[in-house]
Design a protein. Structure first.
Length: 296
């Protein structure tokens, strides 16, 4: 299958997986602390990727390890904790909407730090998508006025990490196997994750606390699909498309999150529908190519 078709399949898959991950985090923090959720997510994911991608480590060249380490921090380590902390005060749909800041940060850091050339059309697409995300955020705020929106800062910092991560992968790891990148990332993260998890007293209480055990199940599902599988797909998407297009998945994720909300009995307002349509227009413009002039 050619890359043009494949990238849309990857985008749709990631939208479904990551759009569902926020509700899993929301369920997980009912029995676990936000720090435990983050550390567990890293630990379980590391075990999964080591079991399926351990032999890919040899594909990483010496000069690439620096970027493997930096992408591990920016794309995995800090975000998993920041999102879990934020969702102690923000519901899953709002968190997914705020994550739509990622494409904007991707463009900003791509231009400032990586010399990425971005077309006006892509910039317009990012800004339009951002407007759609803001419509969703404010519409959600009207339905949930008691949430502490100061916790949005944690998600804003996480999206900065995502923006840096996607640019580093595209610039410095574009030819490296996607699974090798993820496996290398978690080679750095497994030890600090275990240390953090142990410091929370998790291992001394998990066998006696049924609520923690249920939450552990949610984290396991989140780790398998939302981190291990999704990271490999995302890295491959970055490689076969542009950083801006890959990060535009954060504009489609809120649609899935809202869908889960509707299934849970939440109401969907006109403005949320409008915001979703604006988001899709933004994604379309981000991917649209300029037509080549025809010759007679």
């Amino acid at each position: 299958m050619n890359h043009d078709k494949l990238k849309w399949i990857y985008l749709a898959s990631l939208s479904l997986i990551w759009g569902s991950s926020f509700i899993l985090i929301e369920q997980a923090i009912k029995g676990l602390s936000s720090i435990q959720v983050g550390a567990l997510r890293l630990t379980i994911t590391a075990i999964i990727v080591f079991s399926i991608g351990g032999n890919k480590i040899k594909l990483i060249e010496r000069q690439q390890w620096k970027w493997i380490f930096l992408t591990a921090l920016a794309g995995s380590f800090f975000p998993v904790f920041l999102f879990a902390i934020a969702q102690e005060q923000l519901d899953s749909a709002v968190a997914s909407m705020l994550n739509s800041l990622t494409p904007l940060n991707t463009v900003i850091f791509g231009i400032l730090l990586f010399g990425v050339k971005t077309s006006k059309l892509q910039i317009y697409g990012v800004l339009i998508g951002l407007v759609g995300a803001l419509v969703l955020i404010f519409a959600g705020a009207n339905f949930n006025p008691n949430q502490n929106y100061w916790y949005s800062i944690f998600i804003a910092f996480a999206t900065i990490g995502y923006g840096l991560n996607v640019n580093m992968i595209k610039r410095h790891l574009n030819n490296l196997n996607a699974l090798a990148i993820v496996t290398g990332n978690f080679l750095f993260l497994i030890v600090p994750a275990l240390i953090i998890l142990a410091s929370t007293g998790f291992f001394g209480t998990i066998l006696e606390n049924k609520e923690m055990q249920v939450s552990l199940g949610y984290v396991a599902i989140l780790s398998l699909f939302g981190t291990a599988i999704a990271k490999v797909i995302y890295n491959r998407l970055v490689q076969i498309s542009s950083p801006v297009f890959a990060s535009s998945v954060t504009y489609t994720m809120p649609l899935v999150a809202i869908f889960w909300g509707v299934l849970a009995g939440e109401t969907l307002s006109f403005y949320q529908i409008l915001g979703g349509i604006v988001i899709l227009v933004g994604v379309y413009l981000v991917n649209r190519r300029k037509k080549k002039p025809t010759t007679l």
